[in-house]
Write a protein that binds this ligand. Sequence first.
Ligand code: SF4
Length: 234
Amino acid sequence: MDNSLREEYLNIVATVREHVAEQLEFGFLEAETSEDEKEHPFSNLDLSALNDDAQSCVKCGLHAERNSVVFGVGNPNADLMFVGEAPGADEDKQGEPFVGRAGKLLTDIIKAMKLTREDVYIANVLKCRPPGNRNPAPDEVETCSPYLLRQITLIQPKIIVALGSFAAQMLLDTKTGISALRGRFHEFALAQQDDNAPTTVMPTYHPAYLLRNPSAKRDVWEDMQQVMALLNDK
Ligand code: SF4
């Protein structure tokens, strides 16, 4: 399918889904969802189908003001995955995660690890931009996180670097702040299927925080050195 046809198709799907979502909200339709679907949403979708689903998603209010759904980029078989919070203005414009100033810094960190953006996979907890770059709301994280969990299940990275508090708290199901979480590995326990190889999470500061606090770059580099050492061991 060429790009304009695909875009038209996704627009039609988004309109239909918006209509169905309204019907469900007002009680004119009842959703039939099996227990398995509730527990493991998207379990029948591969990465490409999951992306298509996200492109027309209207499950939370963030769809209303977005220009792009920022699904994720990189190697679908990556050993290392970076997970941030949500798209910003540049990402919303370009449809790709981490492309603004913070994105350039993340690219530099990846290069310093002797890797490229194409070697790793990069995604966010939220796929659509919160207006004005406000913090994600808890219900938005809850509604959108099944996309990320399915991405992790499909990619099966050995290590996830959680960038900032929101990603770390969602992935580790905790309310502890990033300063207390970073600097050591944690076990990722939210995989959607039991047969996945174990994934380890390293929380560290978000690149946007590093732009405001350059002295924290040293901490991040120490965290990435631990990641590189573990990657070489696994
Ligand atoms: S943020 Fe996530 S749940 Fe909300 S509309 Fe975008 S893709 Fe859907």
